[in-house]
Design a protein around this ligand. Structure first.
Ligand SMILES: Nc1ncnc2c1ncn2[C@@H]1O[C@H](COP(=O)(O)OP(=O)(O)O)[C@@H](O)[C@H]1O
Ligand SMILES: [Mg+2]
Length: 242
């Protein structure tokens, strides 16, 4: 297991966004987390990546309790993520954004960068992986919604992490770009990344994920292979009620 959570809890006032959430994420697999709006999926990512402080429970990454690690330390420990609501600096360029992401890297990567690999070349390589074909001096404010999603993804993979957590990478994205993003996820997986993807739309993950975890009201209510999940009556129930 690359990541485990045990009885993870997070509340906002009277709302339990995470209510004893137990997860076991296998290394080198694409795992999808699905569930209706408000079921706690993004809160789970925010707590794991230390954007939010948990109330209770444990988070174990690569066998290590990450309780005392800060978010930037986590980046160097091998967890990187994208955001459901992409947040970019509109007055900074594509290159600036990836530079910021890379500078959170661990030392070994920094050393190899300054040693031989030209920074601009590295940035172009990363943009190639996500297929963002815009000049690197383009300002974030001049990118379309879909291009912003791609830049967010580029920033996440700029770091050397093993675990890539994607929060609704295709939400609001057109069908052509959805397919492209699916292909990118598949190729990152082939290169050895463990992928944890949140998606609201069950259909998107059916031919992508090896394992599907269903959340409702802050906890895991079902999990298994995509085709088993698809026919699970509890799952159908919460989706029909959504
Ligand atoms: N920062 C926050 N402040 C207050 N309530 C929040 C905050 N983030 C999430 N919530 C609440 O927690 C619950 C779970 O939200 P979220 O994790 O965003 O669900 P999902 O990503 O599955 O749609 C919702 O009821 C939401 O309104
Ligand atoms: Mg969410």
């Amino acid at each position: 297991m690359i990541l485990k959570t045990k009885r993870l809890q997070k509340h906002f006032g009277g709302i339990y966004a995470l209510n004893n959430c137990d997860l076991n994420i296998r290394k080198n697999e694409i795992t999808a987390i699905i569930g209706p709006n408000g079921s706690g999926k993004s809160t789970l990512f925010n707590v794991i990546s230390k954007i939010l402080k948990k109330d209770k429970g444990k988070i174990i990454f690569n066998g290590m309790d990450i309780d005392n690690k800060k978010d930037y330390e986590l980046a160097s420990k091998g967890i990187s993520r994208t955001f459901q609501e992409v947040r970019l600096f509109k007055n900074l360029t594509i290159m600036d954004h990836i530079d910021i992401a890379i500078s959170k890297d661990d030392e070994s990567i920094l050393r190899s960068l300054t040693k031989k690999v030209n920074r601009t070349e590295r940035i172009k390589e990363i943009l190639d992986v996500v297929g963002l074909n815009k000049p690197i001096d383009t300002f974030a404010s001049d990118l379309s919604y879909g291009q912003r999603k791609l830049l967010d993804l580029a920033m996440a993979i700029a770091k050397p992490g093993d675990l890539l957590m994607l929060d609704e990478p295709v939400a609001g994205v057109n069908p052509k770009l959805r397919k492209k993003i699916k292909d990118i996820i598949r190729s990152l997986h082939k290169k050895g990344k463990t992928i944890l993807i949140i998606e609201h739309d069950m259909n998107f993950v059916m031919d992508l994920a090896g394992h599907v975890i269903v959340m409702n009201a802050g906890k895991v209510i079902a999990q298994g292979r995509p085709k088993d999940i698809q026919n699970n009556p509890d799952v159908l129930n919460i989706y029909l009620g959504d």
